[in-house]
Design a protein around this ligand. Structure first.
Ligand code: TXA
Ligand code: MG
Length: 329
């Protein structure tokens, strides 16, 4: 439970340049005063994140858009009307005062109005923009509970506002509005079809389901264990070929009789539920004592695009060198 006092304290920490972790409906964010470069610098230190990665600025509502964006194209109002507050980030040409630390040295800025009531209360109490990447160490899974944040960042964050488990569970959809044709840079709960429908315009083809967000090339959103995506029909053969390796399997089906898996985790059938539990489940499998996580390949359908994107980034390049049982990483 987050009290009024907690919100006041968090806003006070932000005002004096400190870091506060807070819930959004997607994942937890690690927040700092977006107009204070020294404060934003602390985010990079706490996360171990390279400085050329841009950070999303969270704002309370559309009235703050023009403060941060140099141009607000017509498309933005259509998307804001439909999806804000919510799990959508829009990329704009930046206003002149926006720090290079926020933009990663580019001429654009990502803006988002989160819907989570705690995020909204914090934004209103603070009264400014809050720069916030996901509250995990660089390259690791995004946190979807306050406990995950504490495990990731420990003392590096002054205060963690505990707003319970995040509803969406994966990061926001990012739409680039800086070019003539809008493009989805990162898929999320709001999918490309919904974006195109709201805009009454086609999206930049090549970007749909193929994120080009700067900083998205390296392995991201990854658990500590190697993760492999295997077609459902091939899982048991895959396990038989690795009989000496304890493997945790995540599948939407029940455990087959005689399965060679050490641990069989049943995942939800529907995409929204699957996404909500995804990172928390991977965190648990990570500390299960297994040496490898096998995730059943998901259908190549639009409603699975964002989840397939995250699992693809979490998966290990071939071949996985199976570690001997009991080996330390
Ligand atoms: O759901 C979310 O978006 C969460 C919550 C906390 O809001 N935030 C989040 O932030 O996922 P982060 O930093 O972990 O991921 C943001 C992504 C990064 O890949 C970054 O490169 C991209 O957004 N990004 C931010 N500003 C950008 C910009 N101006 N142009 C292109 N990409 C940008
Ligand atoms: Mg992140």
């Amino acid at each position: 439970m987050v009290t009024h006092q907690d919100i006041e304290k968090a806003a006070e920490i932000l005002r004096r340049g400190g870091l506060v972790a807070f819930p959004t409906e997607t994942v937890y964010g690690l927040g700092a005063d977006a107009s204070n470069p020294a404060a934003v610098r602390k985010i990079f230190a706490a996360k171990g994140r390279p400085a050329d990665h841009p950070v999303i600025v969270h704002i309370a509502g559309t009235s703050d858009l023009k403060h941060w964006a140099a141009e607000v194209p017509r498309f933005a109002w259509l998307l804001a009307e439909k999806f804000w507050p919510g799990p959508l980030t829009m990329v704009f040409k930046r206003a002149a005062h926006v720090s290079d630390l926020i933009t990663g040295g580019q001429d654009t800025v990502g803006l988002r109005v989160p819907a989570h009531p705690v995020a909204q209360q914090l934004l209103k109490a603070f009264g400014g923009g809050i720069a916030a990447p996901s509250a995990n160490r660089f390259g690791r899974l995004s946190p979807t509970t306050a406990q995950h944040v504490r495990e990731e960042l420990g003392d590096a964050v002054e205060l963690v506002l505990d707003g319970g488990a995040c509803d969406v569970g994966i990061e926001s959809t990012i739409v680039d509005l800086t070019r003539e044709t809008p493009a989805v840079l990162r898929p999320g709960r709001i999918d490309a079809t919904q974006i195109a429908a709201a805009l009454l315009a086609p999206l930049h083809e090549s970007a749909v389901g193929r994120p080009r967000v700067s900083g998205s090339l390296e392995s991201h959103y990854a658990p500590g264990l190697p993760l492999k995506i295997v077609h459902p029909d091939e899982i048991e053969d895959y396990l038989r070929a690795r009989a000496d390796t304890p493997v945790a399997v995540m599948s939407r089906r029940g455990r087959p009789r005689d399965s060679k898996a050490t641990l069989w985790q049943v995942a939800p059938e529907m995409p929204d539920d699957y996404a909500r539990l995804l990172y928390g489940t991977l965190r648990r499998l990570d500390v299960s004592g297994c040496r490898l996580i096998v995730v059943e390949a998901l259908p190549a359908l639009p409603e699975w695009t964002a989840i397939r994107d995250r699992l693809g980034r979490a998966s290990s390049p071939d071949p996985v060198v199976a570690q001997p049982v009991g080996a330390r990483r």
